[in-house]
Write a protein that binds this ligand. Sequence first.
Ligand SMILES: Nc1ncnc2c1ncn2[C@@H]1O[C@H](COP(=O)(O)OP(=O)(O)OP(=O)(O)O)[C@@H](O)[C@H]1O
Length: 247
Amino acid sequence: MSQITIENLGVQYRSFEALRQISCVVHSGRLTGMIGPNGAGKSTLLKAMLGLIPARGKPVFYGDQPLHCQLHKVAYVPQRSQIDWTYPATVWDVVMMGRVKKTGWFRRFSASSRHRAYDGLVRVGMEKLCDRPIGQLSGGQQQRVFLARSLAQEAEIFCFDEPFVGVDQKTEAILFQIFRELANQGHIVLVVNHDLGESITHFDDLILLNKEIVAADVRENVLNESNLNRAYGGKVSFFSGSSLQAA
Ligand SMILES: Nc1ncnc2c1ncn2[C@@H]1O[C@H](COP(=O)(O)OP(=O)(O)OP(=O)(O)O)[C@@H](O)[C@H]1O
């Protein structure tokens, strides 16, 4: 089983220190959530891990190689706000983009590539909307299309930044079901999640962040009053087990 190892990572935006001394491991075969208050640096950590922004510290490793040399194994779905929804592409176009790394630019997609893409759409229940422009879908449908694209990529590492924002309950259930299947298949599945409600119980492991790691461990060891107070500064009420509520 491979793992992602982050050691002593730091990120500076000009004079602002966004992340400091981040060390943690993301295990394959586990569904891992990344949580923390607004501005904690969750998206920044995801981007720094994937080499999308510069970072200090040791290179992030996947197995025994730097992750930045293995980006073809990564499927990354950024936050909704970072995607241009006016781009003139259909649902099918977006999902086929997931096959470009395997096929190469300017080459015809093979029948098996098209099959993979269609299969991804079926898994997320979006195959009937293949011809629909992506900008004309609801937030939940758009998120499902991007999940289908990441499935079409046949990646080993799946990273999703706030996939549940603006989605309906049906979509949330579909997303969690597929995340679970991917984890059970032995993949790395890392999901930035804003919500501390019921949905948090889906995760096996949690990384709790506020500029630095507050805790990174199995869910039960992370969700305790002391960790949450350190991360959220008393803005979250802790009831019992995994039951939390924003104060
Ligand atoms: N490109 C940038 N330039 C300067 N500062 C930035 C940049 N991107 C993010 N920041 C700052 O870095 C900090 C961490 O931002 P980031 O988006 O990673 O947090 P987050 O935990 O994902 O927040 P949220 O939950 O609100 O999405 C914030 O204070 C943010 O304002």
